[in-house]
Design a binder for this molecule. Structure first.
Ligand SMILES: [Zn+2]
Length: 350
């Protein structure tokens, strides 16, 4: 296989059988490339792999960075951003001192321009190992690649000293009052990392939602099992391939390329970042077929309400905003009974 002419994403979509077995190849003299499966490719500096330089000095461990996109197949902008980075790495136009793993999540869903084929892939990153449909099988393949990449024999002792990073890149179905935002997975009491928020701010992501419970998302999975700095990053609104406006994604594209190509990043001070941090106030599950939201379908994420405003009605139960400035996120009245239909969030300080 000639890496310099490989079109990794398009060949993964068109001829996935090419990548059925894991393969490792040299890219020039500095980099080793491993392809785990269709849509999953790793770049590793040869010296870092050896662990020592020519004189036998131990090298400082580089960052291990996972960039995932297309976990929802129709979220095209992050797929285009990662595809371009992978192509530049393969062509030698971009190089990295770090270990990199790129995951193009749901390839069949990309082909039909849908969020998923049978099941939402971003609800399958838990301990369940069933492989009954396409997404369940894919979740196992992705989990296996991540396990090999984040070798847990060298697991950091906490989120504090970790050199592992995972940005799971998405675009949202719904308009958002704060167009770009990130979900910071539940850390089980460990401290949130302000340097990570400085990096997200440089990416143009200034709204941070602190999750307060375990979830079945990919970012929670890597955060919890591998102590990586993990985020679900929402970069704007879903559009078809080729219809994304590059200007909307310039900051994130530039920042990701700097992260990949630089030893360290020059970031603005935390106080200088226009960050807004929210925490979850209410998790509202649908308990009956009478569940309805009181605001219109096109209400953007992070729209805020006054104390006492009615947000949802579920048979005899009425849900109201408990304080001024309480905002709604991810409303969906069409979920199954027992599932989450709405989150509310309130501003908080880190
Ligand atoms: Zn998504």
């Amino acid at each position: 296989m000639n890496l310099s002419t490989l079109q990794f994403l398009s060949q993964s979509r068109q001829t996935p059988e090419l990548f059925d077995k894991k393969m490792t190849m040299a890219l020039g003299e500095q980099t080793s490339v491993s392809i785990f499966a269709p849509g999953i490719i790793q770049f590793e500096p040869v010296l870092a792999q050896a662990g020592a330089d020519a004189k036998g000095n131990t090298l400082k461990a580089p960052k291990s960075i996972v960039l995932s996109c297309g976990i929802h197949g129709n979220e095209t902008a992050p797929i285009e951003i990662c595809d371009a980075i992978v192509q530049d790495l393969l062509a030698g136009k971009l190089s990295s001192p770090h270990r990199l793993l790129f995951i193009f999540g749901n390839l069949p869903a990309m082909d039909i321009a849908e969020r998923f084929v049978e099941e939402n892939l971003n609800r399958l990153f838990n301990t369940n190992e069933s492989e009954e449909n396409m997404e369940q099988k894919r979740a196992q393949v992705i989990k296996q690649a991540v396990a090999e990449f984040f070798d847990n024999e060298n697991k950091p002792s906490s989120h504090v000293d970790t050199d592992r990073y995972h940005y799971d890149l998405h675009t949202a179905i719904r308009e958002s009052k704060n167009e770009k935002f990130a979900v910071y997975p539940f850390l089980h009491g460990q401290a949130h990392n302000k340097d990570q928020l400085r990096f997200l701010s440089a990416c143009g992501v200034n709204t941070i939602l602190l999750s307060q419970s375990p979830t079945s998302t990919f970012s929670y999975y890597t955060s919890y099992h591998y102590y990586s700095h993990s985020f679900t990053v929402e970069l704007g609104k879903v559009r078809p391939f080729g219809e994304n406006n590059a200007d909307d994604f310039a900051a994130v594209t530039t920042s990701l390329r700097q992260l990949i190509s630089s030893e360290s990043l020059d970031l603005p001070a935390y106080q200088a970042c226009p960050l807004e941090v929210f925490e979850v106030k209410q998790v509202i599950d649908k308990s009956s077929n009478d569940f309805r939201l009181t605001f219109s379908d096109d209400t953007p994420n992070f729209m805020d309400f006054s104390e006492g405003a009615v947000l949802a009605v579920d048979g005899d139960i009425t849900y109201t905003a408990t304080q001024d400035g309480e905002a709604i996120v991810f409303p969906n009245a069409n979920v199954a009974i027992g599932q989450r239909a709405l989150l509310t969030v309130v501003p908080c300080e880190l």
